[in-house]
Ligand binder design. Sequence first.
Ligand SMILES: [Zn+2]
Length: 273
Amino acid sequence: MRTGDASASRFVQCQNCKKTLFATDFASNLKVCAYCGHHHRLTWRERIDWTFDEGSFVETDTELVSGDPLQFPDYQPKHLAAQEKTGMADSVVTGRATIQGVPVSIAISDFHFMGGSMGSVAGEKVTRALERGCDERIPVVIFCASGGARMQEGLLSLMQMAKSTAAVERCQREGVPYIAVFTDPTMAGVLASYASVADVILSEPKALVGFAGARVSKQAQVVKAPDDFQQAEWVLRSGMLDRIVERRDMRATLGSLVRMLGAHLRGLEEKLA
Ligand SMILES: [Zn+2]
């Protein structure tokens, strides 16, 4: 979304079809273009406000801060600038919330914070969100939005893939449902770890979903890829997704899924009563 210069607060331009939209209509349409249906990226706060029950979100794990183990050039100033820009401590926010009255453990990744990259803090938060689901016997919902692992943290970043995947395995072992939602983009180390091993995988329309980026994939291709290669619709046809859900239907879809899949959890019936 680009805001117009003269009347920045009144109009926005669709990033896809370039049509001009009233900012108020755009917001009430959950940042989906009324002309072409393009789903623009959301901040973590918008995602929570537009998905979970009003006032139900309580943030957790706020004490976690990222280190700079490799003394990577410019990492600290970039990290600080991202914090100032987004008001987040790192690229993932975790907590408890309810959706249509069902208590859930949630993690929301925000692409606006260093491309949603997964460093040690993001990986730890996702892991804790999954483990909280097990400890409290409530379903887990994770919204993914990431370019992948955070290279500035080197191996500490890559090991988050194994750690978070192990936490998913614990959920599966203990019968705690975990639903992942791919949003634009869900790529690389995040797709190759906790994102793609969920019990149910949903995606927003046209989200970019893949491992290597388009340029690298093109170099490695033996046969020509379809035009919508690495778009959610192609990923669905390839069998890696369960359903593409429009943003306006996400709350209802997630609500029925957590109610249905979490019905067996001890104590959840009482919590719902
Ligand atoms: Zn549009």
